[in-house]
Each structure stands twice: as structure tokens, then as C-alpha cells.
Design a protein around this ligand. Structure first.
Ligand SMILES: NC(=O)c1ccc[n+]([C@@H]2O[C@H](COP(=O)([O-])OP(=O)(O)OC[C@H]3O[C@@H](n4cnc5c(N)ncnc54)[C@H](O)[C@@H]3O)[C@@H](O)[C@H]2O)c1
Length: 379
């Protein structure tokens, strides 16, 4: 493999080096010719070398394409989650990132974080830009906006306890953000997230496909992590999803359709273990808060959100459980609830009613009812 690589490097000289190490500076057609030549040359190599080369070429092309159109992502709030989301997105190299925050609450934290991240570019190799702003001018024309501004839970608090305080923040932030970026897709993140989506829908006037709540992606990641810890199999072979609401009592880790390498959960785990994993998933955020004490979770939430951002920016058509204003899914109408969504250019392209058991279906409907009761308390 190493000697194959060496042979290829010798045959093609700087071509391979430029693919690996730095920007391709030649004009478009020259790049295309170089890529064709590399693929032709690779036919004489082993299958593994061919596949590696083709993958590298695809990565280079997709990154070049993303940079050519210079997508922009605004992250509102530069706190624990906002900072982590900004970092994950800018390091993917798929969009410039602007962190928006208020000096009144963040002081200069967001400026410090943006500068710190910008200074990591030379070692990490991303060419996208990260900046911070106190206003909205620099956010104008964003493709995706993630709204994290809002108080996090303290140990012992429920997500619902944050309702009216965070509603005021989300309303103000989304109103300004939508004015500056009228075509953006907005991902709502602050809690209680399902209710905050209603606030954002009203404040922005955006259609349902462009106001997406992040909750299911995180809860799904937690569910899969606990299944992995209990079974010991690779996380990549675990296919399990969380639908319903994004609160400790309303999320629905779907057991009936969950599969590990095609096997139902019951073939690897006792019912008692499955019940314990479901319960632990539902308390996933609270457990982290109790352990971290000084903040709530941000590693897994930022990973989940960055995947959603990437799916939208690169039109990947990913199926990711997300909160959306339902229009008939599971019989729910005009209430935000987590269902399976296809994320791509423009936000939510399609929603799916994943088949679930009768019990799970009634819990999803109950989640929407709980959100309905919560939004009735909005001042
Ligand atoms: N949806 C999810 O999966 C998920 C996961 C984790 C956290 N969250 C939620 O995200 C939100 C942010 O969490 P965090 O850990 O980043 O909190 P943090 O305290 O680290 O950051 C809060 C951010 O909100 C801003 N802010 C606070 N009060 C404000 C106000 N009155 N007006 C304007 N901006 C204000 C701060 O400047 C800061 O940028 C919380 O509501 C938390 O519950 C959601």
C-alpha cells in the first residue's frame, strides 16, 4: 500500500502532493484533467489504493465546491453549546461561521472564542472563516442559523422551567435574525425546544420546513450510546431513533423498530435492560447536568446540530429525527413534535411517519399534547 502510494507520487509528481497537502491553484479544467489522470493511473494500483484515491478526490471536490459558494452559518449565542457548534461547523470546512451574542450577557466571550478558533485554522487546515459580532449586519444572508441563546438548566430544573424567560430571548433573537437572513433555515436549540419552535415560527413568519428543532438528533445519539455501552457492538451498527418531544417525560425512544445489525433489541438485551436504557435516555440531559454541575451538555448536542447543519448546507437528504410543525404526522396537527425528517437544501424536504407500536404512537401524540399545554402558558 505504502509502495503503491510512493509509485503514484513518483509518477504524478506534485499532483498527488497538491491533492493531499494544499489548495489546488490551477484553473478548473486543469484540475479536472489532473483528477482524470489520477483516476486513470490508479487503475494500475491495488483496489484499496484505488478506493483511497477516489475518496480523497471526492473530499477535495466537495470541499472546493462548498468554499466556492461560500455558505454562511450564524450561531446565535456563544456560550457552551453555541461555541461548540460554531467550532464543529467551521472545522468541517463547509461554511463561514458568525457567532452573534450580546455584550450585556456574553461580554466579549464570543469575540474571544471566534478569535481562538480562527487561530486553530493553520493546524486543523480549514479555510472557512469564523468571526463574532454583537449586531446583525454581519449575519446577513446566512444559509443556516442556529439559535442557542437562552438560559440552560441548572441541576434539579426541568426544561419546562425555562419556558417564558427563554421565549423572550428566542422571540427577540429570531425576529432580528430573520430580518437579516430572510431565506435562512433556522435550527432552534434553546429549551424547552419544542415550545421555542412555536415562538420562532411566529417571530420569523417562516414556513415549517425552515424552522427545525434540534432535540431528536441528540436524544437519538444518547439512546444509541447507551445501547452500544450495554451490547458492546460498534455504534455504527446500531439503528435506533428517538421521536416525540425533547423533554424528560415526552421523548419516545422507539424500541419496536430499533435494530442492531438487523436484529431487534430483544435478541441482544433483556426487557429489563431495554427498559433501563429507555429510562436513562429520557434522563440523558439531566444525568449530564448532575455530573457537570457548572454547565449542561454541549459535546453531543453540538455534534448532533453540526450534522443537521451539514445535511442542509450540502443537500445531503439525511434522515434525522427533528422537531417540525406537524401537518398530520401521527394525526398531530399544528403542534411541533419530533418526527423523522429528510434534511437537505432548504431545510426539511419530507417528513416520514416511522411505523411504531400502538403504545409508542400514543406516547408521540401525548408529547404533542404536552407541548400544546406548554405553549398555552407562553405569555
Ligand atoms: N436542544 C438541545 O439539544 C439542547 C442541548 C443543550 C442545551 N440546550 C439549551 O441551549 C441553551 C443554551 O445552553 P448553553 O449551555 O449554551 O448555555 P450558556 O449559558 O453557556 O449560554 C447561553 C447563551 O445565551 C445568551 N443569553 C443568556 N441570556 C440572554 C438574554 N437575556 N438575552 C440574550 N442572550 C442571552 C448568553 O449570552 C449565551 O450566549 C439552553 O436553553 C439549553 O437548555 C439545548
Amino acid at each position: 500500500m505504502a509502495s503503491n502510494r510512493r509509485a503514484l507520487r513518483e509518477r504524478n509528481g506534485a499532483g498527488v502532493a497538491s491533492l493531499r497537502g494544499g489548495p489546488i491553484r490551477s484553473p478548473y479544467w486543469q484540475n479536472v484533467r489532473t483528477i482524470k489522470m489520477l483516476i486513470e493511473s490508479s487503475r494500475q494500483l491495488g483496489l484499496a489504493a484505488q478506493l483511497t484515491l477516489r475518496r480523497s478526490v471526492l473530499v477535495v471536490i466537495s470541499r472546493r465546491f462548498a468554499l466556492a459558494v461560500r455558505k454562511k452559518v450564524t450561531v446565535i449565542g456563544g456560550g457552551m453549546t453555541g461555541g461548540a457548534i460554531a467550532q464543529r461547523v467551521v472545522e468541517k470546512g463547509i461554511a463561514d461561521v458568525v457567532i452573534q451574542d450580546d455584550p450585556q450577557f456574553a461580554q466579549t466571550l464570543h469575540h474571544g472564542k471566534a478569535l481562538d478558533m480562527a487561530q486553530s485554522a493553520s493546524w486543523l487546515g480549514f479555510e472557512t472563516k469564523i468571526t463574532a459580532t454583537d449586531g446583525w449586519g454581519d449575519t446577513a444572508g446566512s444559509d443556516v442559523i442556529v439559535c442557542t441563546a437562552g438560559a440552560p438548566r441548572k441541576p434539579g430544573m426541568s426544561r419546562e422551567d425555562l419556558l417564558n424567560g427563554n421565549a423572550d430571548i428566542v422571540r427577540a433573537k429570531v425576529t432580528d435574525a430573520a430580518k437579516a437572513s430572510p431565506n435562512a433555515v433556522i435550527i432552534i436549540f434553546a429549551n424547552p425546544m419544542d415550545a421555542m419552535c412555536h415562538v420562532a415560527l411566529q417571530a420569523s413568519g417562516f414556513p415549517r420546513e425552515r424552522i427545525i428543532g434540534q432535540g431528536g438528533a441528540l436524544d437519538t445519539a444518547r439512546y444509541r450510546a447507551f445501547l452500544q455501552m450495554e451490547t458492546g457492538v460498534s455504534i455504527r451498527d446500531i439503528h435506533a431513533y428517538v421521536l416525540g418531544g425533547h423533554t424528560d417525560t415526552t421523548m419516545v425512544p422507539v424500541v419496536s423498530q430499533a435494530r442492531i445489525g438487523g436484529l431487534p433489541l430483544t435478541s441482544l438485551l433483556s426487557q429489563e435492560k431495554i427498559d433501563a436504557i429507555v429510562a436513562r435516555t429520557m434522563r440523558g440531559g439531566a444525568e449530564i447536568g448532575e455530573l457537570m454541575k457548572v454547565s449542561s451538555a454541549y459535546y453531543a448536542p453540538s455534534a448532533a446540530t453540526a450534522e443537521m447543519v451539514e445535511a442542509i448546507l450540502l443537500d445531503q437528504n439525511r434522515l434525522i429525527p427533528s422537531a417540525v410543525l406537524c401537518k398530520g404526522e401521527y394525526g398531530i396537527n399544528d403542534i411541533v413534535c419530533g418526527v423523522m425528517c429528510e434534511l437537505g437544501a432548504g431545510g426539511i424536504k419530507r417528513t416520514f411517519e416511522t411505523p411504531v407500536s400502538e403504545d409508542e404512537r400514543s406516547k408521540i401524540v401525548a408529547a404533542a399534547d404536552a407541548t400544546k399545554s406548554l405553549i398555552a402558558l407562553l405569555k
